[in-house]
Design a protein around this ligand. Structure first.
Ligand SMILES: [Zn+2]
Ligand SMILES: [Zn+2]
Length: 323
């Protein structure tokens, strides 16, 4: 390689983006003198199936990630943040690298800054681009950084927003492959307490308010997606459909639904206790009585259940005193 060409490449191999934190390319990871000069002690590799160049000379963490918008990168943020945070707390310096140092490593570094400094995705990426202009996470990663902020930096299937994100991905997988892949199901409501929806026949608690998918009445598509496809913003789990004329409730897949996690495309939904037929599910979607298509659809007929409105969940006022 010609000298000036090599200088150009080296210039762009890695850049400090925060105190002790560097973002760079695979070329940086393979350049021991460069790493030594920068005082790097820890290397977080987020390229696909990467093999460490100096496994005995630096402390590594290897996380295989593909640079594809549909890749679930957010699931790796907690472990990556722990690795970076521990290295920095111990006085180390960390290189986060992928292949070009533009998308995967940038998203991981952004997630670290977001959590540490309570930033949103745009703020973190602005910091990073100020230090390394070529930083450019793919569109799916940027959406996941925004979701990370919406989750308050807590990636947990206990959070409805994250479950919805995963269901949306399962729906995308079904569209692409015609088969049902991994399905994240919501936990069954606790036996005690007030519940949004119960079986009309046996009173068995079925779903709580955050498990219900809101949709606006009318034609067109509604999808399980934490961002609505029309860009109208975050669709937060909502207590009840706005149009009470809809004859069905659409909910997220629940762990009590038979065969929902078994790769089956469609089937009935039965009450887990009395076995009454409550509705049906279909990964290809189904139409509500209002005309809206919901994809995927986990549909419960309102005539089969009792709903408790949120207002009614607070205790009733005491009766007036007797006079
Ligand atoms: Zn029942
Ligand atoms: Zn409807």
């Amino acid at each position: 390689m010609a000298d000036n060409c090599r200088r150009f490449v080296l210039q762009h191999t890695m850049d400090p983006v925060a105190d002790g934190l560097y973002v760079g390319s695979a070329m940086a990871e393979g350049d021991e003198p460069l790493l030594r000069e920068a005082g790097i002690t820890h290397i977080l590799s987020v390229a696909s199936h990467y093999v460490a160049s100096y496994p005995t000379r630096f402390t590594y963490k290897l996380v295989s990630i593909d640079d594809l918008p549909e890749e679930n990168i957010i699931q790796h943020f907690p472990e990556c943040n722990r690795f970076i945070g521990a290295a920095l707390a111990g006085g180390g310096r960390v290189l986060v690298h992928c292949l070009a140092g533009q998308s995967r490593s940038a998203a991981v570094a952004a997630a670290f800054l977001m959590q540490r400094d309570r930033l949103d995705a745009e703020q973190a990426l602005k910091v990073l681009k100020g230090r390394r202009p070529q930083i450019h996470p793919n569109a799916g990663f940027i959406e996941q950084l925004q979701l990370y902020r919406d989750l308050d930096y807590d990636v947990s299937t206990e959070k409805a927003l994250y479950r919805w994100f995963l269901i949306g991905r399962s729906a995308d997988y079904f569209r692409t492959h015609g088969a049902v892949g991994a399905v994240t199901v919501a936990a069954r409501p606790a036996a005690q307490g007030r519940h949004a929806v119960r079986c009309r026949k046996c009173r068995c608690p079925l779903v709580d308010a955050p498990n219900i998918v809101d949709h606006r009445a009318g034609a067109g598509q509604a999808e399980f997606s934490f961002k609505k496809r029309d860009g109208s913003g975050t669709s937060t789990p909502h207590a009840f459909p706005q149009n009470h004329a809809c004859s069905s409730l659409f909910v997220e897949p629940m762990e009590w639904m038979d065969s929902v996690g078994d790769g089956v495309v469609e089937g009935p939904i039965h009450c887990p206790k009395c076995r009454a037929k409550l509705g049906a599910y279909n990964w290809a979607g189904a139409q509500c009585s209002c005309g809206k298509w919901i994809t995927p659809s986990f549909q419960i007929h309102r005539s089969k259940v009792d709903e408790v409105r949120h207002q009614l969940l607070s205790p009733p006022p005491p009766p007036p005193p007797l006079v």
